[in-house]
Structure formats: structure tokens, C-alpha cells
Design a protein around this ligand. Sequence first.
Ligand SMILES: [Fe+2]
Ligand SMILES: [Fe+2]
Length: 331
Amino acid sequence: MLLDPGMDLTLRPMKYPHFFDRFKDAIKNTWTVEEVDLHSDLADLARLSPAEQHLVSRLVAFFATGDTIVANNLVLNLYQHVNSPEGRLYLSRQLFEEAVHVQFYLNLLDTYVPDPGERSAAFAAVDNIPSIARKAEFCFKWIDSVFDLRKLETKEHRRAFLLNVICFAACIEGLFFYGAFAYVYFLRSRGVLQGLASGTNWVFRDESMHMAFAFDVVDQVRAEEPDLFDAGMEQQVRDMLAEAVECEVQFAEDLLEQGVSGLSLADMREYLQHVADRRLMALGIEPVYGSRNPFAFMELQDVQELSNFFERRVSAYQVGVSGSVTFDDDF
Ligand SMILES: [Fe+2]
Ligand SMILES: [Fe+2]
């Protein structure tokens, strides 16, 4: 089984070909930080209102460390316990993508925050800015919850690990990052910071796939060990998402405290609740908030990005791969 302790090395016959498909799909979304021109944003930054500048400075301070935390959990926990060589191929690719994100946000802060003192303060936000510190504490709590588990021997171990996987996919990549992307796309809808938005398009696709892979892992474990998903586990997932929403609402209060025209705290809260409901539904759990998506600029993003991208790339690639050998799954 997927969570059985060990280091399975056997790619043929392939037990989890859908993980291998995720790996191949991720490679189609390859990009480099050099492709994203952030300098076009500098003139916009200078003409933002003080309230908008505050929003952007908090946002980049969150980006400064967010992906590093995710990468750490990936190596320390996911790679260790997802016992499938094709699953670990995907996780290796994800680790590379997180590294690209770290580089992208490093570049973002170097460009947006020229003053070395202010830049250092942004990187230290996890210690100094309460709304960002709270989100980091939430992440570290769930990293630590499984840190001492070397082998998933018991059902309780496996449930603890699943909660970690669900936390990082649904709450961190799927909610903290989605919340952050909403601010970027709000700004784009106002005609500013197109450079940041163009880089975010790439990151958004990556994060959507990271989440999809993690949910695949959860679905696979559910198929193999359905008794792990009992009522207690469901309640823990609901509580975890509720706490994540609270963290992200506190972050929104901080970002929007000076009043950003066109973006209300009430709408942001509703958006976060809507996203949390979607994560619960993806996990087969009844939604709790019943909130709608108040942001038209995010609807476009959510639905179109992945499908359009893959249709375009897959058809483009098909020319290149015609004539290649197709292996059967049980080759
Ligand atoms: Fe990332
Ligand atoms: Fe990610």
C-alpha cells in the first residue's frame, strides 16, 4: 500500500500510473524566472495609493518565505512517506518548482524593495509581522505534528500523515496561496503590476497541480484504506480548514486595514470561505460555509488556466512525439 513504510524502487509494473502522468504534465509547465519581466511594475508601484502600497508590501513579505516552508515539508514528510517511485518522481519535480518559486519571489523582493533594511524586514516577516507569523506558526504546527514519525506503522500514524498532506494542499497551497493570488489578480484587474501577474500565472498553475497531486494521494489512500477516513478524521479536516480561514482573514485585515478601494474585507472573507468549501468538497467532505465567489477576476483564473494551458501544450507537443513508442501501463 502507498503508505506502507519502505523505499519501493520498482517502476515496472507501475502501480500508480496516474502519479507518473502528473509528473509528465508538470514538465509541460516548465518556466524560468528570467521569462518574467518585473521591471514594468516599478512605475505602477510608485503611483499606488499608500493603502495599496501597504497591501503590496505585506503580500511580498508573505511570498518571501511561503514556498520555502512548503518545500521543507515536502522533503521532510511527503517524500519520506509516499512510498511509490512514480509518486516520488512527481515530488522531485514539485521540489524543483518550489525552488523556482523561491527564486521568483526573491527576484520580486529584490526588484520591489530596493532598500536593504526594508528587504531584510520583509524576509523576517515570519518573526515580526503578526498576521504572517500566525500563518507560519500554523504551517510549523503541522510540520511538527509528523516530524518524529519515521514509519507509518499504525492507523493513527497514517491519519496524522494524511492530515499533514491535506493541510499543505488544502490550507497552505490551496488557501494561503490562493488568497495571495487573489490580491495579485485584483491588482491586475485594476491595470497595475502586470509583471507580478504574469509570474503568478505560472506559479498558479504549479500550485494547482501540487494540490491536485496531493488530493490524488489522499484519494489513493482512501481507496486502499477506507477505514482511515472516519468521522473524527473528517472533523479534524474541517477544524483545520476553519483555522486556516481564520489565519487568512487576519492576514486580510492586516493587508486591507487602510481601506483599499474595490476590495473589501467582507468580500475577501467570502472568497476564502468559498475556496475552503471547494477544498472540502474535493476531499469528499460536506462544505461548511456555503459562500459564493465574489471575485469575477478569480473565476476566470480558476477554470481556464489549467485546461487552456494543457490543450495548447498537449496539441503542440503531439507533433514532436508522434512516432514515439507508447508503453503499456503494465509493460
Ligand atoms: Fe510554490
Ligand atoms: Fe506548491
